[in-house]
Design a protein around this ligand. Structure first.
Ligand SMILES: [Zn+2]
Length: 489
């Protein structure tokens, strides 16, 4: 079972300081000697759920014979043939015969909109959507109001997630103050805070200034945190609303060219190569980005990348109806891009799937296409969509993958990239019970109105999906039971 799991990063390699030049360093050198990965995850509000939980008859990674998995005080304590374990009399027993057991999913990229736009999503409603989607940890982006650019906002987000206790909600800190792209935030202070921020991003915007990005990469390397880049050269995308191509030309929509993404991917790969930090590419969307990532991998550059379900599944042909639900940033591209992204996820050039869950109110979506806000919901549909595309209904010509592939790209790799303890771990005795169970016999139809999210802007309205998350477990506590959220009593 262990041979399929790539070696975990035990820590970060020591790197020389590289700020020997005379340019003014815009960020105070706070706690340069420490590393985020050395601190324990503080501020867990709840202990692991006490008592016993028995998952009966599950297939680990969808393989082999049905097994019983016994959880005690939040930890897996036994995995035996189905029917052979006798739990405590007061144990919570879930009959899950033949369902697929996976590690709890980890989403590196969501927007939970709190603070500031609680009318479209809150940390509580987003956590409910996450639990229903099989997620046990999510990372919520910094483009809130106020921006998550200080320890106070980061700790507020983390604590609200802990109070809800449906999913670990990790705040992403912004790279620049107020997302203004001018001055770095204090990564060290946020990393050392109770929220223990381990990823920084101006997502929604690109860190367009190359000198500022260079400083961010240097500073992040010192601290062992990750810089996640929304790759969009802003001058090349002014006023752009759709992929630059035949469809946009025909529909009269301003085009967003591939080069606007790829030029930043190339720049950031070279910065990561030369300045000692780890850079992560958000929502890769083009064939050229895949080629650049493959090159960077070959050079040993510490560059990782995610892809969204919608960039794997949908193309700009969906824009024919001018439906604002298909407006997203980066935009839906062409078939050659979706095919390149799928192959890259299978061969490991792309590391993982992230949803870019982006709730919007109906007034922000049901309007002219070029006035619609970019973004789509993702948390509750992603597992089913990825299972359909890669496992249960792989299209002709694409080698079908197994459930271990889903575990890798939706749980293990994101947890590794973020050096996140307790999540994305093997299904084994002694591991924390952060788990997700998939019912492969339960077809369902996605409707925005039925989702736990406050918003309903799904591009999959009315789409029938082949599998459903039945159960999610966070540190031994059942957060989703039979497809429904289990709130704290
Ligand atoms: Zn983005």
């Amino acid at each position: 079972m262990s041979s399929r799991h790539p070696a975990r990063h035990a820590g970060h390699s020591q790197r020389p300081q590289t700020n020997g030049d005379t340019t003014r360093r815009t960020t105070p050198a706070v706690r340069q000697e420490s590393n985020v990965n050395d601190y324990p995850q503080t501020g867990l509000l709840h202990d692991p759920a006490p008592g016993e939980l028995l998952l009966r008859g599950v297939l680990l990674y969808g393989e082999g014979e049905p097994a019983d998995v016994l959880v005690r005080d939040g930890v897996i304590v036994a995995i035996e043939d189905a029917g052979s374990l006798t739990p405590d009399t007061d144990a919570d027993i879930l009959g899950l015969d033949g369902q697929v057991l996976l590690p709890g999913l980890v989403d590196m990229h969501v927007h939970l909109r709190e603070p500031g736009r609680e009318d479209t999503e809150t940390i509580a409603s987003g956590s409910a959507a996450a639990a229903r989607g099989g997620f046990t940890a999510v990372f919520t982006m910094a483009n809130t109001d106020p921006v998550t650019d200080s320890p106070a906002v980061a700790e507020m987000v983390w604590m609200k997630g802990q109070q809800t206790n449906l999913c670990d909600v990790h705040p992403v800190g912004s790279v620049t103050r107020g997302l203004q792209g001018r001055e770095l935030t204090e990564f060290g202070m946020m990393a050392a805070s109770g929220a223990k921020v381990r990823m920084f991003s101006d997502d929604g915007r690109c860190v367009a200034d190359p000198q500022l990005m260079r400083r961010a990469v240097e500073y992040s390397g010192d601290l062992g945190v990750l810089i996640a880049e929304h790759c969009e050269e802003p001058r090349l995308t002014e006023g752009a609303v759709a992929h630059e191509g035949e469809t946009a030309a025909r529909l009269g929509l301003r085009g967003w060219p591939r080069v606007a993404e790829e030029s930043v991917v190339a720049r950031d790969a070279l910065l990561a190569r030369d300045y000692g930090g780890r850079v992560h590419i958000c929502h890769a969307s083009t064939e050229g980005t895949v080629e650049l990532l493959r090159w960077a991998r070959g050079q040993g550059i510490p560059l990782t990348a995610e892809v969204t379900p919608h960039h794997l599944l949908l193309t700009d042909e969906k824009l024919e109806t001018y439906d604002g639900n298909y407006r997203v940033n980066p935009p839906l591209r062409e078939t050659r891009d979706t095919l390149a992204l799928r192959a890259a996820l299978i061969d490991g050039t792309l590391d993982c799937v992230a949803t870019d869950h982006a709730p919007h109110g109906s007034e922000e979506k049901c309007c002219e296409f070029d006035r619609a806000r970019p973004g789509m919901l993702g948390l509750e549909t992603s597992l089913a969509l990825m299972a359909e595309l890669f496992v249960t209904d792989a299209p002709e010509g694409q080698r079908p993958q197994d459930w271990r592939f889903i575990a890798r790209v939706m749980s293990e790799r994101p947890a590794e990239i973020l050096r996140l303890p307790g999540h994305g771990r093997p299904l084994a005795v002694g591991e924390p019970a952060n788990l997700c169970v998939v019912d492969t016999t339960r077809r369902w139809t996605a409707h925005g109105a039925d989702l736990a999210s406050k918003a309903s802007n799904t591009p999959y309205e009315g789409t029938e999906l082949p599998v459903k998350v039945s159960t999610t477990v966070l540190r031994g506590r059942v957060t989703c039971r039979d497809g429904e959220v289990v709130e704290l009593p």
